[in-house]
Design a protein around this ligand. Structure first.
Ligand code: NAP
Length: 266
C-alpha cells in the first residue's frame, strides 16, 4: 500500500482502555481482520502492549498506519515524549501524532504543535494532528504556524452530531476522526435500531455507516474478533437519504464532562 492509500483510511481501531495482553491480542486480531489504522495514546498506558501487537501481527510496518497522542503533561517536553512513544511502540516513525486535548487552561498547545511540526520535518512523524480541538484552538495554531493539523479526532456519534464543528472542519479541509463512534457501545438508539432491523444489520453497523456517510473516520474499539470484522465491513454499507434523515432526527446529548474548553486530562 502506498503512503497515499494509507492516509485515506476510512476506519481505525481504538485501543483504549485495553492493557497488557488484552491490548496485544486485540491489536493482533484487529490487524488480522484487516484494520490498518491503529490508534493509541501515551495517556492510555498501553503503547508497549500495542507495539507488541503490531510486531506480532505479521503485517509489515510500512503497511500499517500507527497513530498515538501527546498527553497534557508532555506539552512542554515534546521531544522526550516522542522518543518515549517511539520506543514503547517499537517503531522508528509515527504515521500520525495528535495533541490529545488542547488544555487551554495550561496554554501550551500552540508551542507543542510547533515542536511537533519540527519533528515531522525531521522525518520522525509523517503527519501532525489534534484531538478535541474547537475552531478557536485551530485558529491559534494557524495564526502562529500557518499550518493546519491534518486531522481532528473528536467525540462524535449519531446522538452527538456536532453539526457546526463538523461543518467547520470540512470547510477547513481537516480530516475528521470520531472517538467513541458507537457512543461507547450504546447502540440501541431509536432510528438506528429501526434501520438495523429493517435491513438485517447490527445497530453498530448502522452507526458506522452513518460515520462513513458524513465523512467521519470512526476509531472503533472491540475486544471481540467477530465484532471487529462486523465493524470493518460496515464502512462499505450505504445509507439512503431517508435513512440519514431519520438518524438526523435523533435526540442530541450534551458534551458533558468532555468539553474541550474545560476538560483537564493530562
Ligand atoms: N481522543 C480522545 O480523547 C479519545 C477519548 C476516548 C476514546 N478515544 C479512542 O476512541 C476509541 C473508541 O472509543 P471507545 O472505546 O470509547 O468506544 P466505542 O468504540 O464507541 O465503543 C466501544 C464499545 O462498543 C462495543 N462494541 C464494539 N463493536 C460492537 C458491535 N459491533 N456491536 C455491539 N457492541 C460493540 C465494545 O464492546 P466489545 O469490546 O465487547 O465488542 C465496547 O464496549 C478508543 O478505544 C480510543 O482509541 C479517544
Amino acid at each position: 500500500m502506498t503512503d497515499n492509500a494509507l492516509q485515506q483510511q476510512t476506519i481505525g481501531f481504538g485501543t483504549w482502555p485495553f492493557q497488557d495482553d488484552e491490548a496485544t491480542a486485540a491489536v493482533v486480531s484487529a490487524i488480522g481482520v484487516g484494520y490498518r489504522l491503529i490508534d493509541t495514546a501515551s495517556r492510555y498506558g498501553n503503547e508497549a502492549a500495542v507495539g507488541r501487537g503490531i510486531a506480532r501481527s505479521g503485517v509489515p510496518r510500512e503497511q500499517l498506519f500507527v497513530q498515538t497522542k501527546l498527553r497534557g503533561d508532555d506539552h512542554e517536553r515534546v521531544g522526550d515524549a516522542l522518543k518515549s512513544s517511539l520506543e514503547l511502540l517499537g517503531v522508528d516513525y509515527l504515521d500520525s501524532w495528535l495533541i490529545h486535548w488542547p488544555l487551554p487552561m495550561l496554554g501550551k498547545y500552540v508551542d507543542a504543535f510547533e515542536q511537533m511540526l519540527q519533528a515531522r520535518d525531521e522525518g520522525l512523524v509523517r503527519q501532525i494532528g489534534v484531538s478535541n480541538f474547537l475552531p478557536e484552538h485551530l485558529d491559534a495554531l494557524e495564526e502562529r504556524t500557518g499550518e493546519r493539523p491534518w486531522t481532528n479526532q473528536i467525540q462524535l456519534d449519531p446522538g452527538l452530531r456536532r453539526d457546526d464543528l463538523v461543518a467547520e472542519l470540512r470547510a477547513r479541509d481537516i480530516n475528521i476522526q470520531a472517538w467513541s463512534p458507537l457512543a461507547r457501545g450504546d447502540v440501541g438508539q431509536d432510528a438506528v435500531s429501526k434501520i438495523a432491523s429493517d435491513r438485517g444489520l447490527a445497530p453498530a453497523q448502522v452507526m458506522l455507516a452513518w460515520h462513513a456517510a458524513i465523512g467521519s473516520v470512526p476509531i472503533v474499539r472491540s475486544s471481540n474478533p467477530d465484532r471487529q470484522l462486523q465493524n470493518l465491513e460496515a464502512i462499505s454499507i450505504h445509507l439512503s437519504d431517508d435513512e440519514l434523515a431519520a438518524i438526523a432526527q435523533q435526540p442530541q446529548r450534551e458534551l458533558g464532562d468532555f468539553d474541550p474548553r474545560t476538560h483537564d486530562e493530562r
